[in-house]
Design a protein around this ligand. Structure first.
Ligand code: CAA
Ligand code: NAI
Length: 725
């Protein structure tokens, strides 16, 4: 609702719809009623619009987009009504003014903001564009380059930047409402024409067409198949080409195109999925609603390799004092240098920089090789080599040294949390915190509870994720957890496709065209082929422990491809050695080019093993890689390793570069239709009966058999025990 009140000459309209004053139909109606009341009351000389509870408005009610009588064009006319008011209207922006919320403020004649407020037009992130005339007003106010940047990226900008851009007229450090009323009183009687943005011309940019062409190329490059950024661009371009009313018409047309696109639904699903995973629960009955986190005043990170460096950086950025520990001075110095380099770079991006991060202060960041310094920390994150014996040794030591309440976390990417916990005297405080590389950049934190992990430990890890500005997703313990477990069959299929006749660049291209940031072979070259090789040797799948006489392309009765092992045996570890699935300009180089050596090697390999080369089209590449990954997802859900499909989707979007506009693998499966996914898996598993990853999971079969229910109902089809999650 919006509350109307009149004090002296200024009427106050307060948007009220907790928690973020979203502009529901009821709020819009009340806003319109308030404006009409103020207009009709001769004693009212000006109007001030603000939001309840220190927030202006987070925009249209996102849930309303899928409602049968959706909000759609309802907001634009209200914004026009505000602008056409004959009495000055001032927006008092506190907290957030986002999307439709900012569009309301753009309809006002004056905008005043609290210094801590944030503003933005994030519709693009929901697969939409600002559909209440925002694409036409904003460029008129702050110019085309700045407006394009805000509208096509959806970024939130702080009030200080908004002031510099001219988006707000004034910022205040306190009492925004009083300041807005003062401003409203001051401007009573002043001409409103120059304050009506729809009447202003769009400021000229030298060489506008060339500028726009370049901007469009950039938008397309970054969108990677997502429609909304390009349509946002087109709406702003219309503002540069047509009068306001025509621009608004174009904006509406483009909005309708996006609204009915599957991408908008996927992105809105992703928005709510990210919020849903905060409400974690375990099959044992622990949940977010009853578990309380314990404070983390001081932390420690063990191992300053690829992951430890990023984790330290992340903790420093979150203002958590910490100790960083290495095994010897040589590695410590190497790690310290790398951490300092990352922190200097981060500091350069921040206002206040190194001073705010304060990482030269040993009280905040201490480097050591001495385990004794971990005595009083509240939480330790172990990031040493992926080796069970080493991890157990470290956890045993930690449980002796650390204070009783300290939480012991491991960054293992696949190992058994229970086995690691068994080396301690406090398995209830052992938990997996699986960061993704680079750890100071990637948003995902996969949080893995073991058999004995306490609810407090889970709540503390979730709180850590929030403090690090990451998305924490709580999952159960199994080899590879959720993310990597689903990745195994995907990568396996990619390699099988090479055996059968495809090429690394063809497979990568198909998946990158689908929207992945990076295909599986480019990814493997980036991460290093030796990592998986070591793990396969540890598992006895290759190397000296492999029993003599093991067939080259079979392990434990299943199809196996030795191709990645063979590449490693040829010293091809990926980017770090300058060659892997691709060739690079030098060791450590980043420009991948198809390597004739590899293509020749593949063809010899096929000859050796009597494999007939065939052409594999894009459809088969996508189906075999994606459907096998999705199939594993259904198995994970059936086993109760994750509480729901949203968890898998949030993991894939934030940790594995899955295109967000496709909503995550499980949402994607729901859009393809489960019967179709099932039929394709059946077809491929008949052709490859020795590949278990292609055999449809029982849960997928069940869902297809009960008539392909909507994703939100899937979990209700599981047995009682799993659906308790
Ligand atoms: N509509 C409906 N619900 C919303 C909402 C919106 N616009 N914005 C937030 N919420 C809900 C969230 O789902 C969440 O609900 P639950 O507690 O039930 O999970 C609750 O409000 C609080 O949100 P957050 O947990 O995200 O709180 P936060 O403090 O971390 O972030 C925020 C607050 C920055 C406003 C963030 O919620 C956000 O970015 N919201 C979306 C803003 C947005 O995209 N607005 C554009 C809408 S589209 C539009 O306006 C279109 C148009 O022109 C036609
Ligand atoms: P890394 O090899 O780059 O670094 C490991 C570091 O641990 C080295 O600096 C080493 O000196 C140090 N170390 C070894 N023994 C130690 C000891 N006893 N005490 C203190 N330090 C010791 O390894 P990386 O890649 O950082 O991996 C670390 C962990 O993170 C592994 O468990 C790995 O599986 C996991 N992981 C790795 C990811 C990646 O992309 N590299 C992604 C997610 C998880």
């Amino acid at each position: 609702m919006a509350q109307y009140a009149r004090g002296s000459a200024v009427a106050v309209i307060r948007l009220r719809n907790p928690p973020v004053n979203a502009l529901s139909r009821a709020v819009l109606q009340a806003l319109e009623d308030g404006l009409k009341k103020a207009d009709a009351d001769p004693s009212v000389k000006a109007v001030m619009i603000c939001g309840e509870n220190g927030k202006f408005s987070a925009g249209a009610d996102i849930r309303g987009f899928s409602a049968p009588k959706r909000l759609g064009g309802a907001l634009g006319p209200v914004v026009s009504l505000i602008e056409s008011s004959e009495k000055p209207v001032v927006a008092a922006i506190e907290g957030v003014a986002l999307g439709g919320g900012l569009e309301v403020a753009l309809g006002c004649h004056y905008r005043i903001a609290h210094v801590k407020a944030r503003m933005g037009l994030p519709e693009v992130t929901l697969g939409l564009l600002p559909g209440a005339e925002g694409t036409q007003r904003l460029p008129r106010l702050i110019g085309v380059p700045a407006a394009l940047d805000m509208i096509t990226t959806g970024k939130h900008i702080p009030a200080t930047e908004a002031l510099k851009l001219g988006l707000v007229d004034e910022i205040v450090e306190e009492n925004t409402i009083e300041a807005a009323i003062r401003l409203a009183n001051k401007v009573i009687g002043q001409p409103l024409g120059p304050r009506r943005l729809s009447l202003k011309p769009v400021p000229k940019v030298p060489n506008m067409e060339a500028f726009l062409d370049e901007a469009l190329a950039k938008v397309k490059r970054q969108a990677r198949g997502c429609l909304a950024p390009e349509l946002c661009f087109q709406a702003v371009r219309a503002a540069t080409q047509s009068p306001f009313a025509d621009g608004v018409r174009r904006e509406r047309e483009l909005f309708q195109v996006l609204l009915s696109s599957g991408q908008a639904q996927a992105l809105q699903y992703a928005f709510f999925a990210e919020r849903a995973v905060r409400r974690w629960a375990t099959p044992g009955g622990a949940s977010w609603s009853s578990a309380a986190p314990q404070p983390v005043r001081r932390a420690a990170v063990i191992g300053l390799g690829t992951m430890g460096r990023g984790i330290v950086t992340s903790l420093v950025k979150a203002n958590i004092p910490l100790v960083a520990l290495e095994q010897d001075l040589e590695n410590l110095n190497k790690g310290r240098k790398a951490v300092m380099f990352l922190l200097e770079r981060e500091a350069m991006k921040m206002e206040g920089g190194a001073q705010v991060l304060d990482f030269h202060n040993p009280a905040r960041l201490q480097f050591t090789v001495d385990f004794d310094l971990l005595r009083d920390v509240d939480l330790v994150i172990e990031a040493v080599f992926e080796n069970m014996a080493l991890k157990k040794e470290i956890f045993h030591k930690l449980s002796k040294i650390c204070k009783p309440g300290a939480l012991l976390c491991t960054n293992t990417s696949a190992l058994n949390i229970d086995e690691i916990a068994s080396a301690t005297n406090r398995p209830q405080q052992v938990i997996g915190t699986h960061f993704f590389s680079p750890a100071h950049v990637m948003r995902l934190l996969e949080i893995i509870y073991g058999r004995h992990t306490s609810p407090t430990a889970i709540a503390t890890a979730m709180q850590l994720a929030t403090a690090l500005k990451k998305v924490g997703v709580v999952v159960g313990n199994c080899f590879g957890f959720v993310g990597n477990r689903m990745m195994f069959p995907y990568v396996q299929q990619a390699v099988f496709l090479l055996e059968e006749g495809s090429r690394p660049d063809a497979v990568d291209q198909a998946l990158e065209d689908f929207g992945f940031k990076i295909g599986p072979f480019r990814m493997s070259d980036l991460a290093g082929l030796d990592v998986g090789w070591r793990s396969r040797k540890d598992q006895g799948l290759t190397g000296p422990s492999l029993p003599a006489g093991t067939p080259a392309r079979q392990r434990r009765g299943q199809r196996y491809s030795p191709l990645p092992d063979l590449l490693c045996e040829h010293g091809r570890f990926g980017q770090k050695t300058g060659k892997g699935w691709y060739l690079y300009e030098k060791a450590g180089g980043r420009t991948a080019t198809p390597d004739p050596w590899l293509l020749n090697f593949l063809s010899q390999y096929r000859d050796t093993h009597g494999i007939q080369t065939r052409f594999i089209d894009q459809e088969e590449i996508l189906e075999r890689c994606l459907f096998s990954l999705i199939n594993e997802g259904f198995a994970i859900l059936a086993e109760g390793i994750a509480s729901g499909p949203e968890h898998l989707d949030v993991i894939y979007i934030n940790g594995y570069g899955w295109p967000k506009h496709r909503g995550g693998p499980m949402f994607y499966a729901s859009t393809v239709g489960l019967p179709r996914v099932l039929a394709k898996l059946q077809k491929y598993s008949e052709a490859h009966p020795d590949v278990p990853g292609l055999q449809p999971s029982a849960f997928l079969k069940k869902l297809a058999a009960v008539g392909n229910p909507p994703l939100k109902e899937w979990m209700s089809y599981l047995s009682q025990q799993s659906s308790k999650l």
